[in-house]
Design a protein around this ligand. Structure first.
Ligand code: GAP
Length: 451
């Protein structure tokens, strides 16, 4: 992970948040290539889950929602982490993380708070900071960030930063049903920021306090829910395979303990450098969410079946993935350090071309002679794709710089370009070169970056 963190910082994928002030724990900023990668992740998710999914509609709901939403959803009452304080060094830790860091024989999700603290004390699990084992009892700590709106700070001005985007989809169920004249089964998808006051063990962008989620809720009729649940698990896995993530690094993991609203729940886990970790959740949420919103808002959440005239509150199958966490999995999975025949090493990000921050880099062989023509080619290509331009250093070093940020094609402009309008285009993975006419470039790249 350290290698990935350093590479991300060095080449402009991800920087520590507020770095010049020594950072703010668990916040990260995406740099010039990182933001392109992350935007591509979002674009491809939207394409698969909204654009190419029949009867699927997008929304972009407000981050601040009426606090009643979070009462109805259960977050005010039970969106908590079990925390203990070390009495010696005063640091705070998640009790479940202390146990899972100590042993893989016990799943802390299956233990009550009392059982967890007993296990920690019986086994004298050391504090990760000071090494002693002297903890307070467990307290349940709500993960929602609170703030106040308006000028008066009192209980009526309290609002939360949303801890998930899903509720924006549930509260817009009626709006979408009505305005899109949607018929069940139909889906609502959304991409947006969520916020959680997480106490975390680090692990880069795996768990942060501010992150983007890509969530899709499929509204369906009771009885069809389990079949859709199976389909959506597969749909998520196939999307990850199509992004080029190695199959051996992915696995399904059913939840040992179901959340109060879930009938079925399963994660896709990815093998991060620190071990398997949750990447993507699929949940059969039954009609819990819409029923609760009906109860709290007093608005009917019933769907009227136009064929049978039957009225019912739809079931929901949720597919939910963190964009930052998926971007991290893509970075870990794509990285390779090759040793070449010459003995040199070459670091490469084998991104799917559709994910690559830049689709191509334009390189004049000799700056003084070829840069004018190279800029012409660059200006033509940048109207079609994200491309970059590099005229400094020897050509081998310039290729390496593009390999490490995952640029699939390097286009070299040389004397042949000046004489007969041909360029050489080098493939990142095979390092093979082909010669093309300048006016064939847009088609060539377009055909090779499809998703
Ligand atoms: N609406 C359901 C929901 O929010 P979740 O399992 O809490 O479920 C879904 O979150 C996904 O969001 C996770 O699988 C993970 O990819 C991402 N995620 C959750 N908490 C995160 C955090 N603190 N930092 C980064 N990503 C997070």
């Amino acid at each position: 992970m350290e290698k990935i963190v350093n590479l991300c910082k060095q080449y402009g994928f991800i920087f520590q948040g507020s770095e010049i002030y020594d950072g703010l724990a668990n916040t990260w900023d995406y740099g010039p290539v990182g933001v392109e990668l992350k935007n591509n992740v979002k674009k491809l998710w939207w394409k698969r889950f909204v654009q190419e999914s029949m009867n699927s509609y997008g929304v972009d709901a407000a981050i601040f929602m009426n606090p009643r939403v979070w009462e109805a959803s259960g977050h005010v009452g039970s969106f908590t982490d079990p925390l203990v304080d070390c009495k010696e060094c005063k640091t705070r830790h998640r009790a479940d993380n202390l146990i899972s860091g100590f042993t893989d024989k016990i799943n802390p999700d299956t233990l009550t708070d009392e059982e967890m603290i007993k296990y920690i004390r019986d086994n004298k699990i050391p504090c990760p900071k000071c090494g002693k084992s002297n903890y307070t009892d467990i307290r349940e700590f709500n993960l929602m960030f609170e703030t106040n709106r308006g000028v008066v700070k009192d209980s009526s001005s309290l609002v939360y930063l949303r801890p998930e985007t899903a509720q924006g989809e549930f509260v817009n169920f009626l709006n979408v049903y009505r305005t899109a004249r949607a018929k069940i089964p139909f889906g609502i998808g959304q991409i947006g920021k969520s916020f959680r006051n997480e106490i975390t063990p680090g692990n880069f962008t795996f768990r942060t306090i501010e992150f983007e989620q890509m969530e899709h809720q499929l509204f369906c009729k009771e009885g069809t829910d389990s079949e859709f649940y199976k389909q959506y698990k597969e749909k998520a896995m196939n999307f990850l395979y199509d992004l080029g993530i190695k199959k051996e690094n992915l696995r399904f993991k059913d939840h040992d303990k179901l959340a109060h609203y879930a009938k079925e729940a399963c994660d896709i886990e990815y093998l991060f450098p620190f071990g398997f970790g949750e990447l993507w959740g699929t949940h059969n949420r039954t009609n819990y969410d819409l029923s609760r919103h009906q109860e709290y808002s007093k608005k009917s959440m019933e769907y009227l079946d136009p064929e049978t005239n039957e009225k019912y509150i739809p079931y929901v199958v949720e597919s939910s993935v963190g964009c930052d966490r998926l971007t991290l999995a893509i970075l870990c999975d794509a990285y390779e350090c090759q040793t070449l025949e010459s003995g040199d090493t070459r670091e490469i990000m084998h991104f799917h071309p559709a994910l690559a921050p830049y689709k191509a880099c334009v390189l004049p062989l000799v700056k003084k002679i070829h840069s004018e023509k190279a800029l012409e080619v660059y200006n033509m290509l940048c109207k079609n794709f994200m491309v970059t331009y590099d005229e400094s250093g020897n050509i081998g070093k310039r290729y390496r710089r593009q390999d490490v940020i995952g640029t699939p094609y390097c286009i070299t402009i040389d004397d042949d370009t000046l004489n007969n309008n041909t360029v050489t285009i080098r493939d990142r993975d095979t390092m093979e070169q082909v010669t093309l006419k300048i006016d064939e470039l847009v088609n060539y790249i377009s055909n090779n970056i499809k998703f």
